[in-house]
Design a protein around this ligand. Structure first.
Ligand SMILES: Cc1ncc(COP(=O)(O)O)c(C=O)c1O
Length: 408
């Protein structure tokens, strides 16, 4: 009997686990770790949303199994959001499904559309489920760059020309986790044109639709005329309304893809707890000043991070959107790699970040810094890092081999 199960073998031990272990050990030893690692929103859910949840939970029959594809009122609320925000018209009966979080929704659609050996084009670095959802469904991954530029299309061209079978779908995720890059509508138009020409599906992850700081709000891929023929798009309540633990998200778009997702889900789940769905509809239909507030908080943290880390000697490019900064590892530490560097930051500066390698091999050389601690804590992290950077790499010969430091 094989010592490991088929799918488990396809899931390498989470790279982040190494950093999590270092974090747990430091905390055990009494360290106050400033945790900028996981993208786990720390802000409270707005009161009117929580109140709606509680009120609905007290009503009779709301404890029963719900609707797997989502209650009609919530699907209509999501269609109204797309109409209002993007000018995209959706049929809430056939083009909208409520998911138990966009992460789960993504994994479910991968299961729904992938045949063994199908090839999926996935950005590298990427949010892990974009690749592993398909690997768990028996598919194979071919990487494309995360940056929405010409190289993205060159990589897709090469994939279409050289892959057997021809790729089934391409994943796009902007604002990007982890790189925080945003895409223009022109880029999306080119992606849709390419997908139509080569008969690919497009799966767009728009989890950070409402977390933007400068200039125009990020567009939806579905704004491209005709995108509905080839694409679905995922959005999430987790970041917009600070509801990460509630597990509620959406897939919208192409009817055939939505029907496939709904079918798989109907075998897997009974839908989110009805009071959660009612509260989510209240969030989408209600006042949106809470979203403006969330944006303001993340923007203030972003400005604080860029300014204080820069002054500490670690220049960080300012992200225009998402809740992350994608930071090049300081020159003096580049050779040890992102995992060792992240562990070193925990041990030497009491600061946790996510190693770029955890998002794919092309994430190496970077770490992802999540804006999930308040400004006071971010400034404290910068002070710790300043002290850490000021110490001579020579004093760290146990972690950076002397031979490497000597060559600098
Ligand atoms: C790009 C992206 N998609 C999806 C998710 C998960 O969102 P949800 O809570 O809706 O599953 C995240 C969470 O970090 C994310 O970064």
């Amino acid at each position: 009997m094989s010592s490991e199960f088929h799918f488990v073998r396809r899931l390498p031990p989470y790279v982040f686990e190494q950093v999590n272990r270092a974090k747990a050990a430091a905390r055990q030893a009494g360290a106050d770790i400033i945790d900028l690692g996981m993208g786990n929103p720390d802000l409270p859910t707005p009161e009117h949303i929580t109140a709606k949840l509680c009120e609905t939970a007290r009503r009779p029959r709301t404890n029963r199994y719900s609707a797997s594809r989502g209650i009609a009122g919530l699907r209509r609320a999501q269609a109204a959001y797309y109409a209002r925000r993007f000018g995209v018209k959706l049929d809430s009966e056939t083009q909208v499904v409520v998911t138990l979080g966009s992460k789960e929704g993504f994994a479910n659609i991968a299961q729904a559309i992938t045949a063994p050996g199908d090839i999926i084009l996935v950005p590298n670095p990427s949010y892990p489920i974009h690749a592993f959802g398909f690997l768990m469904a028996g598919g194979a991954i071919r990487s494309v760059p995360a940056t929405p530029g010409p190289e993205f299309f060159h990589a897709m061209e090469r994939a279409v020309r050289h892959s057997i079978p021809k790729p089934l779908a391409v994943v796009v995720c902007y604002p990007s986790n982890p790189t925080a890059e945003i895409a223009s509508l022109e880029f999306y138009a080119d992606v849709v044109a390419f997908a139509k020409k080569h008969e690919l599906f497009v799966l767009s992850d728009l989890a950070y639709a409402e977390i933007y700081f400068d200039g125009e709000p990020p567009p939806s891929l579905l704004q491209v005329p005709g995108a509905m023929e080839v694409a679905v798009e995922f959005t999430s309540m987790s970041k917009t309304y600070s509801m990460p633990g509630w597990r509620i998200g959406f897939a919208v778009g192409n009817e055939r893809l939505i029907a496939a997702l709904a079918r798989v889900k109907s075998y897997l789940d009974y839908g989110a707890f009805t009071p959660i769905q009612v509260a989510a509809a209240a969030a989408l239909n209600g006042p949106q000043d809470c979203v403006e507030e969330v944006r303001k908080v993340y923007k203030a943290r972003r400005d604080c991070l860029v300014e204080s880390f820069g002054r500490a000697g670690w220049p960080i490019p300012a992200p225009a959107a998402s809740m992350f900064a994608w930071a090049p590892i300081p020159e003096a530490f580049r050779e040890i790699g992102s995992v060792e560097f992240a562990k070193m930051l925990i041990d030497e500066a009491d600061v946790a970040v996510s190693p770029g390698l955890g998002f794919g091999e092309y994430g190496e050389g970077f770490v992802r810094i999540a804006l999930v601690e308040n400004e006071h804590r971010i400034r404290q992290a910068a002070r710790n890092i300043k002290k850490f950077l000021a110490r001579s790499p020579q004093s760290m010969h146990n972690v950076i081999p002397i031979a490497q430091t000597a060559s600098r």
